[in-house]
Design a protein around this ligand. Structure first.
Ligand code: HEC
Length: 445
């Protein structure tokens, strides 16, 4: 019997499973990037405290460390496994591809992570109990472990965009998968963002210290302004480099929304440049509520659209440019012994080859055609488009509005022929194409 290695379909109505991933990921990014950024910031402050004998910086680090422990580490540690659960449900074969390529990289990352979590406790607890030099050494190793987790994860995530080397497909080696042309620009882009975030969070802590020590509070607010500004510049600079290392399909998707993306990023850059300038020039104007609100602005106007864009630009793939978002393998990867599933699907149909399709829908008849069309649309399209009339995630209602069955069929043929680079070139047998078109037409979008 011909079957392909599918998993049960996780169908999330209205918002789509990708939004679930996006929401978990966005919160996780805020927490994890803050932690790594703060680790670098601590190394800097601890160095200053040691070199210039600035023991007054320790209470600031202690407060900041407590804040990290309560927010970043708790939220990060909940949403981290949350990403695993969500991704496993939403994209089991995407996760499987990553594990099969990077299992030791991940194992190493976890070693760094354990070091990092213990490190932050130790740092906060021992801050005024050990000598300055030992504390400095601890902070440096904490920073290195934190940046280590980032570097390893970014290699893995960059592979999701594309391996960035052709050799990978023949060798299947982890290092070819890891060191694509996209990895380093992506890494530096994130480091810039982390530095910026460490300053933005730092402003909450420094402004809250006004009543304890006004002068120190102002000095640190200024410093956080400079640090955020530096991080912001790095983000802009490395973003340009990053964009230049993306594959063609990414540019095809980016071009659709380019004008809006650029406009909203310019507005965001202006708003934050003003905010950082105020922190530098008029630190007394930065209050804790304002600093808190700005973190939310970054979360909602910065990270969320940024991550959505990165997810979109990866389309039609979910990982390595060989697994489509709808969980179908689209090309041979000889180095991994992987074969494209497109030919067998074109020949036998999705219903036949997917082992989780209920028996009564395996063969399309007049009676089950509507049900079969619905299931096929879910299997083929719902990973990237909401099917509901009120759907929010790249909804088909806008893209198929007013089309009848024949018009939808011609779209499906065009998709199957590779006419739209951001969609899977999924060619289905005539009876399945007909069933999907009939079902989608019956939705009367
Ligand atoms: C891998 C993700 C993915 C899958 C699976 C997918 N699409 Fe798309 N689709 C996209 C993207 C990305 C766009 C372009 C951006 C947009 O329109 O928002 C798009 C656009 C479209 C458009 C507008 C075409 C245009 O260029 O103007 C239609 C129609 C469409 N998809 C139909 C479908 C149908 C029907 C299916 C199921 C057979 C499907 N898509 C499966 C990602 C996907």
């Amino acid at each position: 019997m011909d079957i392909i290695g599918q998993f049960p379909l996780f169908y999330f109505p209205e918002y789509g499973s990708a939004w679930m991933m996006g929401m978990t990921g966005t919160i996780h990014i805020l927490a994890s990037h803050t932690s790594v950024g703060a680790a670098m910031l601590f190394a800097y402050l601890s160095y200053k405290a040691y070199k210039e004998n600035r023991t007054d910086l320790y209470p600031y680090m202690k407060k900041y460390g407590m804040f990290l422990l309560i927010f970043s580490y708790v939220i990060g540690s909940i949403t981290g496994p949350g990403i695993w659960y969500t991704a496993t449900a939403a994209s089991p074969r995407g996760i499987s591809a990553l594990i099969h390529n990077f299992v030791w990289v991940w194992a190493t990352e976890w070693v760094f992570f354990v070091f990092e979590v213990i490190g932050v406790f130790v740092l906060v607890y021992f801050i005024d109990k050990i000598d300055k030099k030992t504390h400095l050494k601890l902070t440096f190793s904490f920073a290195m472990a934190s940046v280590g987790t980032l570097a390893l994860i970014i290699g893995i995530i960059s592979f999701m965009m594309w391996p960035g080397t052709q050799e990978y497909y023949t060798t299947g080696s982890a290092s070819d998968a890891f060191f694509g042309i996209n990895t380093f620009p992506h890494m530096f882009l994130r480091i810039g963002f982390m530095i910026m975030l460490s300053g933005v969070i730092g402003l909450i802590i420094s402004s809250a210290m006004k009543k304890d020590n006004l002068e120190l509070s102002r000095e640190l607010t200024k410093k956080m302004g400079y640090i955020s500004m530096l991080g912001g510049f790095l983000v802009l600079f490395f973003f340009m480099w990053y964009m230049g290392t993306l594959p063609d399909n990414a540019h095809a998707v980016f071009n659709i929304t380019k004008a809006d993306v650029i406009q909203s990023r310019i507005i965001l850059t202006i708003v934050f440049s003003i905010y950082f300038l105020v922190a530098i020039v008029k630190p007394q104007f930065i209050s804790t509520p304002l600093a808190g609100v700005m973190v939310f602005v970054i979360l909602i106007a910065g990270i969320w659209p940024g991550e959505k864009l990165r997810e979109s630009m990866r389309k039609p793939y979910v990982a390595g440019q060989y697994i489509y978002s709808n969980q179908i393998i689209s090309r041979d990867v000889p180095g991994k012994g992987i074969k494209s599933e497109l030919p067998i699907i074109a020949q036998k149909g999705l219903l036949q080859v997917n082992p989780f399709v209920p028996e009564n829908l395996k063969v399309i008849t007049e009676e089950n055609k509507h049900e079969a069309g619905k299931l096929l649309a879910r299997m083929a399209c719902s990973n990237c488009h909401s099917l509901e009339k009120t759907g929010k995630y790249r909804p088909l209602k806008d893209r198929l509005a007013g089309m009848d069955k024949e018009a939808i069929k011609s779209i499906l043929y065009a998709i199957g022929a590779g006419g739209m680079p951001y969609m899977p070139t999924l060619k289905l047998p005539e009876n399945e194409t007909d069933a999907i078109a009939q079902y989608l037409a019956s939705m009367k979008y």
